[in-house]
Ligand binder design. Structure first.
Ligand code: HEC
Ligand code: HEC
Length: 296
């Protein structure tokens, strides 16, 4: 009898030991992926000063950055906060006290963050939207940087990212990918000429991050933040958009109300920022969605 207990003890003990060992191993892998330094050749992007480009930068920034960094770009505390996983604030982007604009030394620091997803030291940041921003043309990226440098300073201190050991283990296990590990790092993404075309609509859908939520093929799926249970709808003609008119799409992006009368939650579907798009931009997006294969 005693022998059996001894063996059970040994088996359980070694299992626990193995699990602990692999957790320690994955923690080490996760930590090293977070601490890895990436190096990219300078983008050489020209930062424009003319009025039209600054206006373009303002427009893109309002559609693409304020949803997370705040309408004054002064940062948002607890952009992500979960007892088990940790806390990530969306930092202050202005030149006020506590702002990145006060700390960044060159325009290349901005380009590295937005296009490659790494901080000025080359370490990967956890800003998922980089997967969309990596598609920004040099011109559009330059306009965004130029505009952000002109916004009124806001004095607001946000906290440093703080991931728990569990998150580092999950990163080590490959369950959370860092954008720096997945984006193309293309030094010169091309943008089709702005216009009411399917091609330009595709560019807008790419840079405006629709795919992070609606999926690579836009056929919908689970919400990227696991704490949100709302499913993300299929926006190819295989979903309910098959019954929508262009005007329905317009109304939904401007008011958040779908033709069936559903009020979309702006915290889940960023229609308020998307609705800032110009009429031409919205039609281009609509044309592109209409041109997609009808997926289930
Ligand atoms: C979906 C939410 C989201 C959007 C959209 C977004 N950001 Fe961020 N951003 C974050 C989060 C979260 C962090 C903090 C990442 C971290 O600490 O690892 C961050 C960090 C940053 C940083 C600081 C990087 C560093 O050095 O640590 C800059 C600069 C930045 N974002 C610029 C932008 C710009 C410019 C845009 C628009 C083109 C934008 N962000 C859009 C969520 C977002
Ligand atoms: C942060 C995640 C997220 C992003 C980014 C996002 N969506 Fe959505 N979208 C959702 C969710 C969630 C819903 C469902 C909202 C609800 O019913 O409250 C939705 C709903 C929609 C609908 C209504 C579909 C239906 O059948 O009712 C359309 C159209 C749509 N999104 C288009 C877009 C486009 C175009 C973009 C990019 C320009 C985009 N979305 C970006 C999450 C997102």
């Amino acid at each position: 009898m005693k022998k059996v207990f001894k063996w059970i003890g040994i088996v359980i003990g070694s299992l626990v030991g193995l699990i602990l060992l692999s957790a320690v191993g994955l923690f080490a892998v996760g930590s090293s992926r977070l601490n890895k330094t990436y190096d990219f050749p300078p983008s050489g992007i020209a930062i424009p000063t003319d009025k039209a480009s600054l206006e373009r930068g303002r427009h893109l920034t309002n559609m693409m950055c304020t949803g997370c960094h705040g309408s004054d770009l002064g940062g948002v505390e607890k952009w992500f906060a979960d007892d088990a996983l940790g806390r990530v604030d969306a930092p202050n982007l202005t030149s006020g006290a506590g702002g990145e604009g006060a700390e960044f030394e060159s325009d290349e620091d901005w380009a590295r963050v937005i296009r490659h997803g790494v901080d000025p030291e080359g370490k990967p940041i956890f800003m998922p939207a980089v997967t969309a921003f990596a598609h920004l043309s040099n011109e559009d990226l330059g306009a965004i940087i130029a505009y952000i440098k002109t916004v009124p300073p806001v004095n607001r201190q946000t906290e440093e990212r703080n991931f728990t050991a569990l998150t580092k283990i999950l990163i080590g296990a490959g369950m959370f990918k860092l954008p720096a590990e997945t984006v193309s790092h293309d030094p010169n993404p091309v943008a089709p000429r702005a216009g009411v075309t399917v091609e330009y609509g595709e560019y807008l859908v790419n840079i405006m991050d629709c795919k992070s939520c609606h999926g690579e093929n836009l056929a919908g799926g689970a919400f990227p933040d696991p704490s949100v249970t709302a499913p993300v709808p299929n926006i190819t003609p295989g979903g309910s958009l098959a019954q929508w008119s262009e005007q329905d799409f317009f109304n939904a992006m401007k008011t958040g109300v779908t033709p069936r009368g559903n009020q979309m939650n702006p915290l889940h579907m960023p229609w308020k920022e998307i609705g800032l798009a110009s009429d031409d931009e919205l039609i281009a997006i609509w044309l592109f969605l209409e041109s997609l294969p009808s997926l289930p």
